[in-house]
Design a protein around this ligand. Structure first.
Ligand SMILES: [Zn+2]
Length: 240
């Protein structure tokens, strides 16, 4: 069984490799997320405008039916006007015809403005669709870039993660917890001694402590300045 120091040195080496791999992916995962958001927002705008266009279209087709109905009624009244028995009836029908004409004028006016509205909306919708297509294209590019990079990394990544899991399982729980805690402050939680100094912060380590470290490979020693775990430089490491 490996000494604790060996285990921690190996763990630090694996974490180093993992950090490097993640660094190569860089901001790509974040970029992909942000482009996904843009596509979602632009797609919502297109839907909104499309709904307005549909509403206008519904009005336009209804308007045609309404106008036809008005026309039919007018024709009916016009015929009735010839069959009236007195002035009162004649006036009543004339009033109805006037009402129908007003109604027709109102619908035609609304049709006219809705024509302008429809034109504006069509222009807006076309531009929004172009913007959406642009965003989708950028997203696809970024996604491809990310998946190309990841798939190249995937096998290495998987192997490293498995190694890390196995190693972490073999380290005693308290030491592992210490390592993980230190790693929240320092990306390199365990560092070798070099020229009697901590290679994390370059402070000198007293000679008697170095002797102690060498003689107690199953204990954990921390740098008094930076708090990183120290191990001898010539420690035998597994190749990761
Ligand atoms: Zn240090």
């Amino acid at each position: 069984m490996q000494s604790l120091m060996n285990q921690l040195a190996d763990l630090a080496a694996i974490d180093n490799e993992l950090d490097e791999l993640h660094e190569e992916l860089g901001d790509l995962p974040k970029e992909v997320k942000s482009h996904e958001k843009t596509v979602k927002m632009r797609s919502a705008l297109v839907d909104e405008t499309q709904n307005l266009v549909n509403e206008l279209h519904t009005f336009t087709s209804n308007a045609q039916i309404m106008l036809q109905e008005i026309k039919d009624k007018e024709a009916q009244y016009a015929e009735q006007q010839f069959q009236v028995r007195n002035n009162r009836e004649f006036d009543a029908i004339t009033k109805e015809i006037e009402n129908l004409r007003d109604e027709r004028a109102r619908i035609i006016e609304e049709q006219r403005t809705s024509g302008v509205k429809a034109e504006n909306l069509a222009q807006i919708l076309a531009q929004q669709k172009l913007d959406l297509a642009d965003a989708v294209e950028v997203l696809n590019e970024k996604e491809k870039e990310l998946s190309d990079l990841s798939s190249g990394h995937n096998d290495v990544l998987k192997a490293l993660m498995q190694k890390r899991i196995d190693l972490a399982n073999s380290i005693n729980v308290n030491s592992l917890a210490d390592y993980e805690r230190i790693r929240t402050f320092h990306t390199e939680a365990a560092v070798p001694l070099r020229k009697n100094s901590c290679t994390g912060c370059f402070s000198a380590v007293p000679p008697q402590k170095i002797v102690e470290i060498r003689n107690n490979m199953n204990k954990m020693f921390l740098c008094e300045h930076c708090g990183r775990i120290l191990f001898p430089e010539d420690i035998k490491k597994v190749t990761v």
